[in-house]
Design a protein around this ligand. Structure first.
Ligand code: PLP
Length: 400
C-alpha cells in the first residue's frame, strides 16, 4: 500500500513553476538564460502599500484575524466590487484568502463531489484542472483555439454542459492567452447559462486591471444580474498591485458559498496573513492611477513582443487584449529539424530547443491544454524582451 494519498496521484506539480525553477537553476550554473516563464509583474509593490504593511507590524496587527478576513479588508473589497464592477456584495458575502489560488482551491474543495464536472476553457491556467481533480471532480475542456481569439463560443459552452456540470470557470483576461471577453461576448455565454440553472460560474478576474487599447473589462455577474446568485466573482491583490508575495486573494458570492469557503479555510490555513491584509486595504482604498500607467508599460512590451515574434519564421502571434502573456502558435516550427539534427515533434520540443539552443525559457502549450503553442510572460524589461525575441528569431531561422 502506498504511503502517499490517492488525491496526490491525481495532480502534478505546476509546470510554470517548474520552468521558472529550471531557468533559475541554469542561471545559477552560470548559463546565460532569460526566463520568460514567471507569472508575476516585474514592478515593485507601491510604497504606500508597503508602508501600510510596516505600520501594521509596528501597531501590533500581528495576531490572528477573523478566519476569512478583517472587517476593514472585507469592507474595502465590497467597496471595490461596487466601485469598479457595479456589483453589490454585503460584507458577509466577501471572503479573503491567502492568494487567488487559495480562493479557487477553497471554493472547489467546498463544492465539488466525485463525479461532478467542471468546465474549463483551454488554454487554461495550469492549476484549474489539478484543483478540480484534487477535489475529486472531472475537468471538462472546451478548446478555445487561435481561430476564435482563444475565446469559447456560446455553442461550445452549451454543448459541454451536462446534468453533472457543477461549475464553469471563466478567466478574462486569460492566463495564458491574454484573451479577454467583452461584455457583449459574455452576454452570449450568459444566455446559455440562464438555460442551465444548476451550473455555477467561477469568474477569475485576476487580470482585470491589465487591459489594453481601451478594452473595457467586464465580469459576468454584472453583465447578467440573474447569474449573481450562482457566481463567485474572484480577484486578488497579486497582479494588479504587484503583491504576489503578500498572498491576498478575495471573492464575492452568495452567502452560503462564502460560509463554506470559510469552513474549509478554518480547518486549513485560518486567516490570511494579518500584515498582508492591512497592506491590501491600503491597495484597494488608496490611489489607483498607477494601474493605468503600468498597463501602458505592459502594452508597449506586448506590442514589441507580438511584432518580433511574428517576424520569427514559423511563429504566429495574435495580439492579446490583456494580462502580460502572449500565446503564439509554433505550428510552423513543428516537423522541422534543429542544427543538432533533432526533429521538433511538439511544443515541448520547441520549448526545450529554445532553452537549450538560445537560453530562452518559455512554457510549452501542452501545460495549458492547447498545442502547439508556447507562453511568454512579458513582465520584464524592454531590453530583456528585445534580446529574448532576437534569440528566438535566430533559433527559428536555423531550423530546416
Ligand atoms: N488566476 C489566474 C488566472 C492566475 O494567473 C493566477 C496566478 O498566476 C491566479 C489566479 C492566482 O494568483 P495568486 O498569486 O494570488 O494566488
Amino acid at each position: 500500500m502506498s504511503f502517499l494519498s490517492d488525491a496526490l496521484g491525481r495532480i502534478k506539480p505546476s509546470p510554470t513553476i517548474a520552468v521558472t525553477n529550471k531557468a533559475a537553476e541554469l542561471k545559477a550554473q552560470g548559463k546565460d538564460v532569460i526566463g520568460l516563464g514567471a507569472g508575476e509583474p516585474d514592478f515593485d509593490t507601491p510604497d504606500h502599500i508597503k508602508d501600510a504593511g510596516i505600520e501594521a507590524i509596528r501597531s501590533g496587527q500581528t495576531k490572528y484575524t477573523g478566519v476569512d478576513g478583517t472587517p476593514a479588508l472585507k469592507k474595502a473589497v465590497a467597496e471595490k466590487f461596487k466601485r469598479e464592477n457595479g456589483l453589490d456584495y454585503a460584507v458577509d458575502q466577501i471572503t479573503v484568502n491567502s492568494g487567488g489560488k487559495h480562493t479557487i482551491f477553497n471554493a472547489l474543495m467546498a463544492t465539488v463531489n466525485p463525479g461532478d464536472e467542471v468546465i474549463i476553457p483551454a488554454p487554461y491556467w495550469v492549476s484549474y484542472p489539478d484543483m478540480v481533480q484534487l477535489a475529486g471532480g472531472t475537468p471538462v475542456f472546451i478548446e478555445a483555439t487561435i481561430d476564435t481569439g482563444f475565446r469559447i463560443t456560446a455553442e461550445q459552452l452549451d454543448a459541454a454542459i451536462t446534468p453533472k456540470t457543477k461549475w464553469v470557470i471563466l478567466n478574462s483576461p486569460s492566463n495564458p492567452s491574454g484573451a479577454a471577453y467583452s461584455a457583449e461576448h459574455l452576454r452570449t455565454l450568459a444566455d446559455v447559462l440562464l438555460k442551465h440553472p444548476h451550473v455555477w460560474i467561477l469568474s477569475d478576474d485576476m487580470y482585470e486591471h491589465i487591459v489594453y487599447d481601451d478594452f473595457k473589462f467586464a465580469t459576468i455577474a454584472a453583465v447578467e444580474p440573474k447569474l449573481y446568485d450562482r457566481t463567485l466573482t474572484m480577484n486578488g491583490a497579486s497582479k494588479a498591485y504587484s503583491m504576489t508575495g503578500w498572498r491576498i486573494g478575495y471573492a464575492g458570492g452568495p452567502k452560503q458559498l462564502i460560509k463554506a469557503i470559510s469552513a474549509i479555510q478554518s480547518q486549513s490555513t485560518s486567516n490570511p496573513c494579518s500584515v498582508s491584509q492591512a497592506a491590501a486595504v491600503a491597495a484597494l482604498n488608496g490611489p489607483q492611477d498607477f494601474l493605468k500607467e503600468r498597463a501602458k508599460v505592459f502594452q508597449q512590451r506586448r506590442d514589441l513582443v507580438v511584432k518580433m515574434l511574428n517576424d520569427a519564421e514559423g511563429i504566429t502571434c495574435p495580439t492579446p487584449e490583456g494580462a502580460f502573456y502572449v500565446y503564439p502558435s509554433c505550428a510552423g516550427m513543428i516537423g522541422k529539424t534543429t542544427p543538432d539534427g533533432k526533429v521538433l515533434n511538439n511544443d515541448e520540443d520547441v520549448a526545450t530547443y529554445l532553452l537549450e539552443s538560445v537560453g530562452v525559457a518559455v512554457v510549452h502549450g501542452a501545460a495549458f491544454g492547447l498545442s502547439p503553442h508556447f507562453r511568454i510572460s512579458y513582465a520584464t524589461s524592454t531590453e530583456v524582451l528585445t534580446e529574448a525575441c532576437t534569440r528566438i528569431q535566430k533559433a527559428c531561422a536555423v531550423l530546416k
